[in-house]
Design a protein around this ligand. Structure first.
Ligand code: NAD
Length: 471
């Protein structure tokens, strides 16, 4: 597979795909090693994870450099790699506190029976991840799954695969780990093989792929933890601080070139503030610089060609239906890369794709609302329910509004706080996903099945004691 470089547009990397036979072999090896891995104490597994922290640190600059080419983002690549070490440390501390199967006890409903409670990890968890934060999203579920005692078959996106080379070296430097954590290279076919060989799936990606994977998992009768796309709304109430709201909305909408699931993608502003909001955010958007020279700037190119096409399609659709562009408004090719400036759109409505379909790019469509009820109707008029924002200086009011938005996480007076806060449990609502929270304690606890050992301490009941009549 030839892989495109998002900065130059050149196909300058070759990805050797794993065949389904390779993936089957890897799974068999993980299964064999996981029998021992799950029997280790949690402290033992933490000790091995700590060895990985050391080897990851040794290869960190290599991983970061490769990731920076994958994504054309040097600063974010550093943040991602640093964040992984933080995640490993945080789970090393928290997982042993959480691993706490209750002691043997007498049953309250059958007092001669003793209950022994075990927590049994899934043998092989398949992790399938997208291209927008390739390292973070490859490991966010992998780390707690490993600590729970699962083996992990990990397939990152084929769009951004370079970082896997360094990551694999860091894994191979810890032999106990390399036996239970294996990387899979490839695209949809490899992903399908991962789904077919695993005992539980953690998938992060688009709604259409998530639905396909969910259907296969249902057929195979294995759990699917699906973290999918979003179309996050922001509601800016009439008493919002305009500087706060415009700064937060712009950063959330165009940071990482809008290629984040929790980017704000549709903005609803109280009519009394609308004109001032639009003017201020446009002034700020114009000042955002692109990193076209390769050294300076704030916003990188679009990573994935097909996404760039969707973004242009949404702009064209909105313009054809009467929207107006105040700044930006076009995907451009510069030295082979695909770029889009922050694009403020007004005169938009829900007949337009830009208000209803995930964009995954730096577009900021803004609509006025006349009352809170209408704002909530608009925010909830979506198939998605990932997250949302509310801006108001009255926190109680913001909480009241936020509580009525159909989404799993609400940032108040900021945007996309879920990319900073890892210890608040949240579910994805509607088509944005299904099953236990990846954040907070549930992010670890969801990898166990509860098993009951029921020990009879008295003579069992005998058939002689049974008496039955038909009526
Ligand atoms: P995608 O669905 O196209 O691909 C994701 C992964 O699935 C890739 O590794 C791909 O190779 C694999 N895949 C594709 N078809 C498959 C199949 N039939 N079976 C198994 N695996 C298959 O998504 P993408 O374009 O890589 O990522 C962008 C999407 O991810 C956006 O919708 C974004 O919102 C979402 N996302 C969600 C979150 C979240 O936490 N909710 C975080 C980041 C990104």
């Amino acid at each position: 597979m030839k892989i495109r470089n998002p900065f130059s547009g050149a196909y300058d990397y070759e990805l050797m795909e794993d065949s389904s036979q390779d993936i089957l072999e890897k799974t068999k090896n993980i299964r064999a090693a996981q029998r021992e891995w799950k029997l280790r104490s949690i402290e033992d597994r933490v000790a091995i994870l700590k060895k990985w922290i050391i080897s990851f640190t040794e290869f960190q600059s290599e991983i970061t450099d490769q990731l920076a080419i994958d994504t054309a983002r040097k600063r974010i690549a550093k943040v991602e790699a640093g964040g992984i070490i933080g995640l490993m440390q945080a789970w090393s501390y928290r997982a042993p506190q959480l691993y706490n199967p209750p002691p043997h006890r007498a049953s309250a409903s059958a007092n001669t029976v003793q209950i022994g409670q075990q927590w049994v990890p899934y043998d092989v968890v398949g992790v399938i991840s997208p291209w927008n934060f390739p390292l973070l999203l490859a490991l966010i579920d992998t780390i707690p799954a490993l600590l729970a005692g699962c083996g992990v078959l990990l397939k990152p996106s084929e769009v951004t695969p370079r970082f896997m080379d360094g990551l694999e070296k860091s894994i191979n430097a810890v032999p106990e780990l390399s036996r239970v954590l294996k990387l899979v290279r490839g695209g949809a076919e490899a992903g399908k093989a991962v789904v077919n060989n695993s005992d539980a799936i953690c998938f992060t990606g688009s709604v259409p792929t998530g639905k396909k994977i969910g259907a296969v998992c249902a057929e195979r009768f294995i759990p699917a933890f699906l973290e999918l796309g979003g179309k996050d709304p922001a509601i800016v109430l009439k008493d919002a601080d305009l500087e706060v709201a415009t700064d937060a909305v712009l950063r959330s909408a165009v940071g990482a070139t809008g290629q984040a699931c929790q980017s704000l993608e549709r903005i609803y502003v109280d009519h009394s503030l609308y004109e001032d909001f639009v003017q201020l955010i446009t002034e700020k958007a114009i000042k955002v610089t692109l990193t076209t020279d390769g050294h300076t700037g704030q916003m990188g190119p679009l990573i994935f060609e097909q996404q760039a096409e969707k973004i242009q399609e949404q702009i064209d659709d909105a313009l054809a239906k009467g929207a107006k562009v105040l700044t930006g408004g076009q995907v451009k090719t510069i030295n082979g890369g695909l770029w889009c400036e922050p694009t403020i759109l007004i005169n938009v409505d829900h007949t337009m794709k830009v208000m209803t379909e995930e964009t995954f790019g730096p577009l900021v469509p803004i609509m006025a609302f006349s009352n809170e009820e209408q704002a909530l109707d608009l925010a909830n008029d979506s198939i998605y329910g990932l997250s949302a924002s509310v801006f108001s200086q009255d926190i109680e009011k913001a909480i009241t509004i936020g509580s009525q938005i159909e989404a799993g996480a609400i940032s108040i007076n900021d945007g996309s706080l879920t990319n900073k806060v890892y210890d608040a449990e949240k579910n994805s609502f509607k088509d944005s996903g299904i099953n236990g929270s990846r954040m907070g304690d549930a992010g670890f606890l969801r990898f166990f099945r509860k098993k009951a050992l029921l020990i009879q301490t008295a003579h069992p009941e005998t058939m002689a004691n049974f008496e039955e009549t038909p009526s």
